[in-house]
Design a protein around this ligand. Structure first.
Ligand code: NDP
Ligand code: HSE
Length: 433
């Protein structure tokens, strides 16, 4: 049996999970793959830190360069996070023609084009199943299982931390900070949780999935991103009254030969849609392919164990390639799809919450402005709760280009009867593909 010597950079939540489960399931892994993977070198930031797992005598080093001394290990794993040292490490490994596994979605989203090019020119396989949707094998699905499909749409809950926070806010009325602290405690959040909250962690994953689906590396500047930080407890309650749940959604859509859409933002989805029942740290990706139709992938989207499972799958793929096969390119570009559609051109339903003067004629004035901009009203509620003379109006609006919706919000904001900046959220109907 061939032993695969592995160098691991990063022994935090995910790195420790990989070490633990590789040790625990070694016999199973060996019998299924015919290879024996062995972590022999580890780099961390602080070698003296006490670890929760036994390292079988391995002394971690502080500098990842020490992992690269001759004879080189067979396989490298990057689980440090960040885009600075991780980029240097990744480049160094690929430049030496060595196989690399990473779970670093930020790194791939920002530097994917360069790294895949390097991987192809140096013949160095690059594996990244852990970089999207934690334990759900969604990279393999998009790249391999659905390869015969045009992907017409993906609607994905791919940030476990945001979903966990929104779920606990909705089900227990927990405040935002408390729910975030719990997500950090369970190892779901990034070391800088800003990326989870502001939508960028989900956007990094959306960039990877959309790039694989559409064959060109998507520039992060062309992706519209909004996080859950503007979602309030009252939005959650009003959405509930209207029959909707609020989720942070990554939305990816295309028709062959036309522009694609890639956006991440909170959206109202009907409670009857399967994605609205995805709770806590769970992720789900609903993919509509032109051949397969509707598919749904569900599982834990973050945490040491789920993510370690994805890394173990990559180790098995790397082992198979090391044993015999010529590596398949990690990313194969093509030009069957166009550019990323600007966000202002995207047409959607919207939710509009307004704090207005409790006076006759106010609703008529608002309806008149919306009508003038050709935005129809789907439903409206005005709960009998008044806040210091202001009433709340919650409207669901028919399809409109986002630019028109922005224009409406800005005209409404200038009305004397509107007491606070209008609050707009997207409404998405994932099955309407
Ligand atoms: P952690 O912050 O828990 O762990 C990071 C590890 O990297 C630590 O062991 C740290 O050392 C080490 N490290 C950091 N910088 C350096 C450096 N310059 N040189 C050597 N070692 C370094 O992160 P996670 O385990 O949560 O995440 C790791 C990666 O996996 C990230 O890219 C993340 O986005 C991704 N990921 C995380 C998921 C999760 O659920 N947490 C899920 C999917 C992907 P020390 O221990 O000494 O501080
Ligand atoms: N912070 C990420 C999340 C980890 O919450 O989804 C998994 O990629």
């Amino acid at each position: 049996m061939k032993t695969i010597q592995i160098a691991l950079a990063g022994l935090g939540n995910v790195g420790s999970g990989v070490f633990k489960h590789l040790t625990r399931n070694r016999a199973l892994f060996e019998s299924r793959t015919g290879c024996s993977p062995l972590i022999t070198r580890i780099a961390v930031r602080t070698p003296a830190k006490e670890r929760s797992i036994s390292l079988n005598g391995i002394e971690p080093v502080a500098d990842w360069r020490s992992l690269m001394t001759d004879p080189l290990p067979d396989l490298f794993i990057e689980l440090m996070g960040g885009t600075s040292e991780a980029l240097k490490f990744t480049r160094a490994v690929l430049e030496r023609g060595c196989p690399l596994i990473t779970g670093n979605k930020a790194l791939l989203a920002e530097h994917g084009a360069e790294l895949f090019e390097l991987s192809a020119t140096r013949g160095a396989p690059l594996y990244f199943e852990a970089a999207a949707a934690g334990g759900i094998p969604i990279i393999k699905t998009v790249r391999e299982a659905l390869v015969g499909n045009h992907i017409l749409s993906m609607h994905a809950i791919i940030n476990g931390t945001s979903n966990y926070i929104l779920t606990r806010m909705a089900s227990e009325g927990l405040d935002f900070a408390e729910a975030l602290a719990d997500a950090q405690h369970y190892g779901y959040a990034e070391s800088d949780p800003t990326l989870d909250i502001n939508g960028w962690d989900a956007a990094h994953k959306a960039i990877i999935l959309a790039s694989l689906a559409y064959g060109f590396w998507i520039d992060h500047k062309q992706v519209y991103v909004e996080g859950i930080d503007r979602v309030t407890q009252s939005d959650i309650c009003y959405a509930d009254l209207l029959g909707y749940t609020i989720k942070l959604l990554a939305i990816i859509k295309a028709t062959p030969g036309t522009d694609i859409e890639v956006r991440v933002h909170p959206a109202l989805i009907t409670k009857s849609h399967v994605l609205s029942s995805v709770k806590g740290v769970f992720n789900a990706v609903a993919i509509h392919g032109d051949v397969v139709g509707d598919t749904l992938f569900y599982g834990r989207g973050a945490g040491a164990d789920a993510t370690a499972s994805a890394v173990l799958g990559d180790i098995a793929d790397a082992a198979a390639t090391l044993r015999c096969a010529k590596p398949a390119p990690a990313f194969r570009p093509h030009d069957l799809y166009g550019r990323c559609r600007p966000i202002d051109e995207i047409v959607s339903q919207f939710y509009l919450r307004l704090a207005v003067e409790d006076q006759p004629g106010v609703l008529a004035k608002i309806a008149e402005i919306l009508g003038r901009l050709d935005i129809g009203i789907l439903s409206v509620i005005q709960p009998e709760i008044r806040d210091e003379g202001a009433a709340t109006l919650v409207l669901l609006l028919h399809d409109a280009p986002r630019k028109k919706m922005q224009e409406a919000a800005s005209v409404l904001a200038d009305l004397p009867c509107v007491k606070a900046p209008p609050h707009v959220l997207w409404v998405e109907h994932p099955s309407d593909t």
